[in-house]
Design a protein around this ligand. Structure first.
Ligand code: SF4
Ligand code: SF4
Length: 307
């Protein structure tokens, strides 16, 4: 199969992104993630497979167009809600097409490398003018390594700057297979205490830290660390200090972005009928952000607040 025919699952492509790497960028969101962070603001990207989502607040209730449109009988009305029998749904999307209120949506679709590259190329002029490019994000792009590798390859052949936004939880061989082609890794670090990392992300941080050590030791690709700042979870000075010391020990990494927690994703959990485990956690105050920034700067790191 040629590179451009290779397929993967994408759940969004955003143009004019300015928080996902340098300049103006196109962000390609890969579906599927290896972690389950409590604060994830893209829960629609967690499962690898496409999924049908029902937004109760948009539904006109009485109309029932969707129920009649489903050839597989997968939809029914339970009180005021549309109920989806997922084992019978083949994600054809017909119900979403007929719904007058956009209350149903299939999230995620299979795209070929050629189709994604065509979308990326539409903004070439902005990349040139702003020193921007494309960022592969998600979800976790490293979960679809062949698709990612082919996309990076195609972008490189066209002179388009590429960034990969990763949680780092993947076999190092996967990272290594693209590291000489990618221009920039945006590498997330969250919690240094392994027990706490397991609690809040569902996985150990050992491979994540080890992969970053190995990537930094190679020194062939630029790496910028991204640290989501979640009050009550990882914003204590002990954790920030340990992260600062760890990055400083790697020597080749100087840049870190502090990403203050926001609640924008919490509504999505309701739509997906999933529990939002951070409850009423509020964004950090300016002072909390400043304190973390100071700790990082004291270890010689260049700190940016925001993406
Ligand atoms: S996506 Fe297709 S199969 Fe699934 S509920 Fe809608 S119409 Fe039925
Ligand atoms: S077609 Fe849309 S608005 Fe009508 S009942 Fe179904 S989900 Fe609700």
């Amino acid at each position: 199969m040629g590179w451009s025919m290779r397929k993967g699952i994408v759940f969004d492509i955003k143009r004019y992104a300015i928080h996902d790497g340098p300049g103006i960028r196109t962000a390609v969101f890969f579906k599927g993630c290896t972690l389950r962070c409590w604060w994830c603001h893209n829960p629609e990207g967690l499962a690898l497979q496409p999924e049908l989502v029902f937004r109760e607040s948009r539904c006109l209730n009485g109309c029932s167009e969707c129920i009649g449109s489903c050839a597989r009988g997968a939809l029914s009305r339970v009180t005021q809600q549309i109920s989806i029998k997922r084992e019978d749904c083949d994600l054809c999307g017909e119900c979403a097409r007929v719904c007058p209120a956009e209350a149903l949506e299939v999230i995620g679709r299979e795209m070929s490398v050629g189709e994604v590259v065509k979308e990326i190329e539409k903004e070439l002029i902005f990349y040139d003018q702003s020193a921007g490019g494309v960022t592969f994000t998600g979800g976790e792009p490293l979960m679809q390594p062949e698709f990612l590798g082919a996309l990076v390859e195609e972008c490189k052949a066209r002179g388009i700057h590429t960034a990969v936004d990763t949680c780092g939880y993947a076999p190092f061989e996967v990272i290594q297979s693209i590291s000489d082609k990618v221009d920039l890794f945006l590498y997330d670090l969250k919690i240094m205490d392994d027990e706490k990392h397991r609690q809040y992300t569902g996985a150990s941080n050992k491979a994540i830290l080890d992969n970053l050590r190995r990537l930094a030791a190679q020194g062939s690709t630029a790496v910028a660390v991204r640290l989501p700042l979640i009050p009550g979870v990882n914003d204590d000075s002990d954790n920030i200090t340990k992260i600062a010391e760890f990055i400083a020990s790697l020597r080749s990494i100087k840049d870190i972005s502090l990403l203050p927690y926001h609640r924008a994703g919490s509504e999505k959990y309701r739509r997906l009928h999933r529990a939002y485990r951070l409850g009423k956690t509020q964004p950090p105050s300016g002072q909390q952000v400043e304190e973390s920034k100071t700790i990082l700067e004291e270890r010689g790191l260049r700190v940016k607040v925001g993406g």
